[in-house]
Design a protein around this ligand. Structure first.
Ligand code: MN
Length: 289
């Protein structure tokens, strides 16, 4: 079996956008008909660390259909409440993996933690056509139940997928995702086998590192904050710069290779399905408990 290291094929600089009720975000990519990062649809970083951004309003009640939204908090909290009667707080280190299926209405309201900071990510993962109208489902994972692999080189929190024999608690997701929070000590290296067909992305939010190393090539030097898209291959290698710890979210997933039609908080396969979602909202038939 030949071994093919994944090289970096694109580096994205996150753009500031305003979403919800005046929430300032760093968006690396959003839903697009070209579906370039299939099965991933969106990656947002919310960090409200400037006092002038006070008060934080958040994301008042809004619908989703046809996708999964994944919230991962570093600092601060997100209070959420939905049409199924769920409510709770996503705190530092917690994950909420929400499968909207045919439809939920929810609100997501960020709150400052004791540090005064709010820092976290939201990833949107597509659903295949056959699951877009499925029953909504939540996987709420608290920080203390996310396994961490730690040695002198690296600390990896495994949300989904497997690292060094440790499996993440999020399971039964159509995209067969891998989602990890990786912190590398200065000059140290991280390597992971990833199925060849998976789309692979890293969001670097601390430090400087070499991404996409291969035998004889040192990879591309990238500094925070940037998103790196990897090319095809069967494994990923990253090395922290000599003087810098690096930390990044690593995500990979199996592409569905289906046409998509995004419209705000909905991502379906056809325009007719979007029109159906809007009609369901108008008619009060969007949410079916
Ligand atoms: Mn939402």
């Amino acid at each position: 079996m030949t071994s093919i290291p994944r090289k970096v094929k694109q580096i994205i600089e996150p753009q500031h956008v305003i979403e919800g009720a005046d929430v300032l975000l760093r968006r690396s990519f959003g839903p697009n008909i070209e579906n370039l990062f299939d099965p991933f649809l969106l990656f947002d970083h919310f960090a409200f660390n400037n006092p002038i951004e006070c008060p934080i309003v958040g994301f008042p009640t809004h619908p989703h259909r046809g996708i999964e939204t994944v919230t991962y908090m570093l600092e601060g909290n997100v209070r959420h409440r939905d049409s199924l009667g769920n409510m709770g707080i996503i705190g530092p280190g917690d994950v909420q993996w929400m499968t909207s299926g045919r439809g939920i209405m929810h609100e997501e309201m960020p709150k400052r933690g004791s540090s005064g900071l709010i820092d976290g990510f939201q990833l949107w993962v597509n659903l295949p056509a056959a699951q877009k109208m499925s029953q909504p489902r939540y996987q709420e994972i608290t920080a203390d139940t996310i396994p961490t692999v730690k040695n002198e080189d690296v600390t990896v929190r495994v949300v989904a997928g497997e690292y060094a024999g440790t499996k993440g608690p999020v399971t039964e997701i159509a995209a067969q995702p891998l989602y990890m929070d990786v912190a590398l000590q200065p000059g140290r290296e991280f390597e992971l086998t990833i199925p060849e067909s998976h789309s692979t992305v890293a969001y670097l939010f601390e430090g400087t590192g070499l991404f996409g190393l291969s035998n004889g090539e040192q990879g591309v030097s990238i500094e925070a904050v940037h998103l790196a898209i990897f090319d095809d291959g069967d494994h990923v290698r990253v090395r922290a710069a000599e003087e810098s710890r690096v930390r990044f979210m690593l995500m990979a997933g199996a592409p569905f290779k289906e046409p998509i039609v995004p419209y705000g908080p909905f991502v379906m396969n056809t325009r007719e399905e979007i029109q159906r979602a809007l009609a369901d909202l108008r008619n009060g038939t969007f949410v079916q408990n």
